[in-house]
Design a binder for this molecule. Structure first.
Ligand SMILES: [Zn+2]
Ligand SMILES: [Zn+2]
Ligand SMILES: [Zn+2]
Ligand SMILES: [Zn+2]
Length: 227
């Protein structure tokens, strides 16, 4: 879709911009994050196991998230989060498994602490028709107090991929699914050319949001974190 291969993203604590792999290392060492961890440690509440998850779309690796998940949170919490930030279009079914598509399903009531340990990788599938497949890998663990009151803390995500309008080269914010699906063209359009675009067999152009599900099923975003 005329997108760059490696979308960088910003550290949610200090704002430094780097690649997904760079952030995997950086987040462990980030002084501002260490400060936040120190501050959280002084608050009341119980310590628990916390998991640093690197989440990425299985096919478009430039869509990724770094998050920290509480050990007491369930896979249902993670499913809810992934739907909100990336996936939800029509309330399709989803599942977690180990060992890919055909691997053993893990029930959503399972707590993070029961399934996660360093190096574990889960596959999340949303929609068994037009499937979105997400890989979730545990890249670090620690014991401490969570940094926020929610079960999951977003630490970084890829910057919105840049795309150019096929008509004029200006930044694109719309996608024509007919161009993409029928004509094998990028179909990326600016505001102006989206208005005058002639195709309507697949409906109006859809918004180009920061999600690997753009262009699939009835997905229209908004691709915002739920909290
Ligand atoms: Zn940082
Ligand atoms: Zn759908
Ligand atoms: Zn244009
Ligand atoms: Zn078109």
């Amino acid at each position: 879709m005329g997108r760059r291969e490696q979308s960088p993203g910003k550290c949610g604590y200090c704002g430094r911009e780097m690649t997904k792999g760079g952030l995997a290392r950086h987040l462990t060492a980030c002084p501002q994050r260490a400060e936040a961890i120190g501050a959280a440690g002084k608050k009341p509440g119980k310590e628990q196991a916390l998991y640093h998850l690197q989440v990425q779309d299985a096919w478009q690796g430039d869509f990724w998230l770094h998050m920290e998940m509480n050990g007491s949170a369930t896979l249902a919490d993670l499913d809810y989060y992934l739907r909100a930030i990336w996936l939800e279009c029509c309330g399709h079914m989803s599942q977690f498994s180990v060992g890919g598509w055909s691997g053993a399903e893990i029930p959503k009531k399972t707590k993070a602490a029961q399934v996660f340990e360093l190096g574990v990788e889960l596959t999340h599938i949303y929609d068994f028709g037009t499937s979105s497949e997400t890989l979730i890998r545990v890249i670090a663990t620690r014991t401490g107090k969570p940094l926020a009151s929610h079960p999951i803390t977003l630490m970084a995500r890829n910057n919105p991929p840049e795309a150019q309008c096929v008509e004029c080269g200006q930044p694109a914010s719309w996608l024509c699914l007919e161009c993409l699906s029928e004509l094998d063209e990028p179909g990326t359009l600016c505001d102006e050319h989206s208005e005058s675009h002639p195709h309507e067999e697949y409906g109006e152009p859809v918004p180009l949001v920061n999600s690997p599900r753009v262009g699939m099923c009835g997905y229209t975003g908004p691709a915002d974190p739920p909290y």
